[in-house]
Write a protein that binds this ligand. Sequence first.
Ligand code: MN3
Length: 387
Amino acid sequence: MVKRVAILGSTGSIGKQALEVIEAHSESFEIEVLTANNSTGLLIQQARQFLPNTVVIGNKEKYKEVEEALADLPIKIYAGEEAIAQVVQMGTIDVVITAMVGFSGLLPTVNAIKAGKQIALANKETLVVAGDMITQLALEHKVSILPVDSEHSAIFQCLAGEFHNPIEKICLTASGGPFRGKDVEFLRKVTRCEALNHPNWSMGDKITIDSASLMNKGLEAIEARWLFDLTPEQIEIVVHPQSIVHSLVQFEDGSMKAQMGLPDMRLPIQYALTYPGRLKSEFPRFNFMDYPQLTFEKADAKVFRNLDLAFQAMDKGGNMPCILNAANEIAVDCFLKGEVGFVEMSGVIEKTMRQSTFKEHPTFDDYMNSNTEARNIASGIINERKK
Ligand code: MN3
């Protein structure tokens, strides 16, 4: 059976790699929907190649450009964030790959779950912000959320066939990013360019900065908590600079299972699309002789304070991870614009967490409001520093 796929964020790093996977297995997949925020050139090119039923451009000002470029093809074209949140409900979609960046992934994911679509989740922020609500909703609508994030895919793969066996703990591996082993003094002088230079993975700007600051691992811990129904105490972070062991599960008998492979996002993307099966791939294979040493070390949460802040937010629960995420999105955005230093980002996030309104049992509207409030507070803190 051919699976009909919608890719939200098709011009980003995950979106492009998802299209590579689909192109290599055109007998198994068909593209129904492609969406992008701003990258019209690539979106148009992708639409011409994959001939989806529908294309959505997030930025409404770019509607005409896309419409004119695809006028000779029978493709429906819409614009705006509301349209992205609506098209996921189309009857012809089987699975939605959520590969957009940040909080904007929340509403389309909620709608897709309500419409009974399978979710291949690449937008971790959705679970960070509202994991309780999303997992509950998925349960109600009998929808599976299949992880695309490599660490979570690793755990998911280790859990195959282990349904009734409780997890004792998981180890999320982290590459440590470009600043592994550095001290705070070093981090103070870090530039945008240095932070964007990740040793093992080639990814979008936001997640690359998050990886350098270890916020990515903090967000992933929260993501894992919801995906695998864990307590914060069951989640351990281990730095593994070679990025070959993608994560581990430890069961109650002490046995540990790990999933390994070269760092290549196409593999977890493909597994999310083919689960529970696997499809043959041409991806490069791992060779032990190329990696005579796989090493593991402790994450330095004193230097990389974001990791600590993320665990604090997870422990606190309620809307605190939503606040953390909003403050981080602003901090990263401002760091990329040169408005705040690398180390200062943690200060902005910590202050925002202290100043925002805490809700223990947030509703959907609470999350929306909380996101807006935390963004305003974080922006205010950064503006204050500039004076
Ligand atoms: Mn990851």
